[in-house]
Design a protein around this ligand. Structure first.
Ligand code: 9GP
Length: 800
């Protein structure tokens, strides 16, 4: 949009007056932020309304991305960037003498997700808008985010994340689009006028689902899409007891309530049905404003099931088509399968949801009836061809449970994994039987990230340097980063790259000092691991690497100086993960307080990792730790963000690390560890002995002993628990098996660090090769292969 600095300043002053009846300079930074955000909302409001009107007018096919998590991050800077007014606005703010970073920092970070799953969902919404695809998000407006993480004596403490305490400027409540979601009660079928059967519901618990819409602003294309988040409220006019009211409010209170007991499980199931049903009902209501014929639904609507949480979309869409639409089972099933698609994001058994039949039937009796029929017909149709055993293994209902991943595959026309290796593993392991039945449904869509946020907004130093070398085309088409590789022998450029990284390290060092009181040297290698805390991701291996270095330093060895930066939340009920957090903090205390380590080794565990903290850490990273046991990490996306900012990946051949290696080249990173087939073989052989490795490697022996021998103070219980997992339970994630090769790979990076030019060359190779991982290309591929929705904005050269 054409906006001059003068016009912006006048608008901003007027907005401040309008909102707060005061002049700008009298407002608090929070009020100034709110005035600016409201102003920006006003700037795109017309485009938002117009985009919706255009979609309706042209009857454009719309994608609805159903996800229990979204992690949009702060929106002010990214909206300004997408509107093409960031420079003008910042110049105006400067003239007004407003502290720009402080203003941006006023914005809350909606913690409506846990990790990669939620961030990917938000990246996709951003990219769909950028590509000019009609894409909508559908999720939950949790009153509290995941949780705010604090460390007390090194332990994780979870505090409520009251992100809605200050009004959230970007959302718009759409009371007129509220729908009712029905839980519980009983249901029976009765003959109706058209000769069919219709369900009669009795004694249901009704909940009002009220949507809050948030604009997803497209990049320089005047297109504005919508993320719709549902909030649970009592139905007006119904007499609800206090207990009922609080049960209703609980539905959209927190993300991932503790499901270690039945009440918690029930709440999760309610959440899933709540946003799935609300989403489907509103899609169909909207569709029916323009179309009589439900058979045409797949021509105009694609609904995407992101992980298993919304998998009951299969049943809910069937319900609406059968009960409200009056279609036959066969008609409804065909429409459902053509409309739905599903992405699997994990091979971890615990994340592939199953629900006890009894609970499911009690909370959603009509859906349960439909599930039984789906199961019955599935068995009947495929048993003759594939045999009863195979069908029993992959049927949607078995052994008293509904198996949501299987239901999602059976009810979708397309199923994808999120990296090449992961998509292959789905076919050969967790979804093997369903792949046998429906091979044509399976495909791969490697994840992507938003370089607009992770490079342009988070790393202006690097962005400007790239502009100076190859012009600005990469900003809208990141595949145009490839020519940057021509500067591989341009020493001046390489030095500038180093300087830009250093500037980001200075900023991160200040945050580390501010938050943890730890002084770190910016001449050190910044070695970063930022992701959910989980045993398979092996933060423990990273800790063991630190302890190996610690022992070497204590031994008088000279190593390049390293600062190890961690960011990770553990699920509140995940005991082992919390023990690892305690361990990392204890190792940090040990190392940071040892005078021998001063200037050589430091550990900084920054609490409350999330999108905004990621924007500070990622530009400053030299090394990206992607060290999951091969065959466990579906894809990873921090690997892509870090690579795009010039970090060298220290990695196993797992998830998207493999594709990063193919893109950047093996010499631009450090690979180590057992491969997926080697892991499988070792496990299958029954020959793995963690104890034997421990006995054979004196350094490793010493490191493992340190968990319990008092060298690391204050971790008696946690150290014992972790040591037992390794030596008594034989090291599920093969930390000991990979230790030696991890250390060697790490030493290789130490050696490279001694040659700053060679290091900068490797960083450059990563940056130049990172463009292909832009989510703009990923969603274009989803559009082409799965949703049948084409980008309206040219997407560039990143497609396959
Ligand atoms: O663990 C995967 C991660 O590897 C992937 O990058 C991300 C997005 O596809 O999804 C994560 N999965 C989950 O969070 C739960 O399935």
């Amino acid at each position: 949009m054409g906006l001059t600095k003068k016009r912006f300043i006048a608008d901003f002053q007027a907005e401040a007056l309008h909102l707060f009846a005061d002049s700008l300079e009298n407002l608090s930074p929070m009020q100034q932020y709110q005035a600016l955000a409201f102003l920006v909302k006003g700037y795109y409001a017309k485009d938002w309304a117009q985009t919706k009107a255009d979609y309706d007018h042209h009857q454009q096919k719309q994608v609805y991305y159903f996800s229990i998590e979204f992690l949009p991050g702060r929106l002010l800077a990214s909206n300004l960037l997408n509107l093409g007014i960031k420079d003008t606005v910042e110049a105006g703010l400067k003239q007004l003498d407003i502290d720009i970073p402080d203003l941006y920092a006023q914005e809350g970070d909606p913690g409506l997700g846990n990790g990669g799953l939620g961030r990917l969902a938000s990246a996709f919404l951003d990219s769909m808008a950028a590509d000019g695809m009609a894409g909508n998000g559908n999720g939950i407006r949790y009153q509290y985010g995941l949780f705010k993480q604090r460390f007390v004596d090194g332990y994780q403490v979870e505090l409520p994340d009251d992100w809605l305490r200050d009004p959230y400027v970007w959302e718009t409540r759409k009371e007129n689009r509220a729908v009712i979601v029905r839980f519980g009660g009983s249901v029976y079928l009765t003959p109706c006028d058209n000769g069919g059967l219709e369900p009669v519901y009795q004694d249901t618990d009704d909940v009002l689902a009220v949507p809050y819409d948030i604009a997803m602003v497209g990049h320089h294309n005047h297109m504005v899409n919508t993320m719709r988040l549902w909030s649970a409220e009592p139905v007006p006019g119904h007499a609800h007891s206090l207990a009922e009211k609080s049960r209703i409010n609980a539905i959209t209170q927190i993300l991932y309530p503790d499901d270690s007991d039945t009440a918690g499980q029930e709440l999760r199931l309610r959440q899933e049905y709540f946003f799935t049903s609300a989403g489907i009902q509103s899609i169909i209501t909207h569709y029916r404003r323009f179309h009589q014929d439900l058979h045409l639904l797949p021509n105009f609507v694609a609904i995407h099931i992101n992980d298993t949480h919304p998998a009951m979309a299969v049943l809910e869409l069937m319900r609406v088509l059968l009960d409200d639409g009056g279609l036959s089972w066969e008609e409804a099933w065909q429409i459902t399968v053509q409309t739905l698609s599903y992405t699997n994001h994990t091979l971890m058994a615990e994340a592939l949801e199953t629900w006890p039949e009894e609970m499911f039937a009690r909370l959603m009796p009509r859906l349960y009836q439909i599930a039984q029929e789906v199961d019955h017909r599935f068995r009947q149709t495929y048993t003759p061809r594939f045999g009863g055993e195979l069908i029993q293994r992959c049927a949607p209902i078995a052994d008293g449970y509904l198996r949501m991943a299987y239901l999602a595959v059976i009810g979708s026309h397309a199923v994808n994994g999120v990296a090449k290796i992961h998509s292959e593993l789905l076919k050969s392991s967790v979804l093997k039987d369903l792949y046998t039945i429906f091979p044509e449904r399976f495909n791969n869509k490697t994840n992507g990230i938003t370089p607009r946020r992770w490079v342009q907004v988070a790393n202006p130093e690097l962005s400007e340097l790239i502009d100076s070398a190859i012009d600005t085309g990469w900003r809208s088409d990141p595949s145009l980063l490839v020519p940057l590789a021509a500067h591989l022998h341009d020493e001046k450029f390489l030095k500038a790259l180093h300087t830009a990284k250093k500037a980001n390290k200075e900023k991160l060092a200040a945050i580390i000092f501010d938050q943890l009181g730890i002084e770190v040297s910016t001449n050190a290698i910044f070695d970063v691991q930022i992701k959910r805390l989980h045993a398979y991701k092996r933060q423990l291996l990273h800790v063991f690497g630190i302890l190996e270095a610690y022992l070497a330093i204590k031994n008088g060895e000279n190593r390049p100086s390293r600062v190890h930066v961690f960011g990770a939340k553990a699920a509140p009920s995940y005991r082992y993960a919390k023990s690892v957090i305690r361990l990392i903090n204890a190792v940090a205390d040990l190392v940071n307080n040892d005078p021998d380590c001063k200037g050589k080794l430091a550990v900084a565990f920054l609490p409350n990792y999330g999108v905004s903290l990621g924007e500070r850490i990622i530009p400053a990273a030299d090394i990206s730790e992607q060290i999951s046991m091969a065959g466990t990490e579906a894809s990873g996306t921090s690997n892509m963000k870090l690579m795009a900012n010039g970090a060298l990946t220290l990695a196993t051949l797992d998830g998207a690390n493999i594709e990063i290696k193919d893109a950047a080249g093996e010499d631009a990173m450090a690979m180590f560890g057992l491969t997926t087939p080697e892991v499988a073989q070792l496990k299958a052989s029954g020959q793995y002995s963690a104890r034997a490795i421990y006995e054979a490697d004196p350094t490793l022996h010493r490191v493992v002993d340190m968990l319990t021998d008092g060298t690391i103070p204050g971790i008696t219980t946690e150290g014992r628990e972790i040591q037992d997992e390794l030596l008594v339970y034989n090291d599920t994630y093969l930390v000991l098996a990979d230790f030696r090769s991890y250390v060697e790979a790490s030493h290789k990076l130490d050696a490279l660090w001694q040659d700053p030019i060679a290091w900068a060359q490797a960083a450059l190779k990563n940056i130049a090769a990172s463009g292909q991982f832009s989510a703009d290309y990923t969603v274009a591929r989803y559009g082409r292969d799965i949703w049948d929705v084409l980008p309206a904005t040219p997407v560039g050269h990143g497609g396959e």
